[in-house]
Design a protein around this ligand. Sequence first.
Ligand code: MN
Length: 130
Amino acid sequence: MAQQRVLIVEDNVDNYELVRFLLARAGYEVLAASNGMEGVETARRELPDLILMDLSMPELDGWDAARKLKADERTRKIPVLALTAHTLPGDRKRAIEAGCDGYISKPINVASFEKLVSTLVRQAREELQG
Ligand code: MN
């Protein structure tokens, strides 16, 4: 099987570096974008296996980027996990309503991160094949 690819869409360099490190250590190929617009363009071009999406970003925020990805036939089936520091349940609800398939709370729980990512990538692959 080809190396699985995860796109990180995140404008904060420290958060990006942590997520990139965890993904690379777990054996994923990492793609990066630093705002929602760049994220949507990269997703359309590269068709990654999973997208990790920050919510508060310049140019296009994560909610609107998720909406664009889910409205596009080419990228609709790629799972999107919101990376959110937002502690209000309403912000997570908004992320799900925008089309995100789940969320990861910041600060990131390193122990559960890899398991969550691998579960979602596997589910997405099974859905595409089945
Ligand atoms: Mn941000």
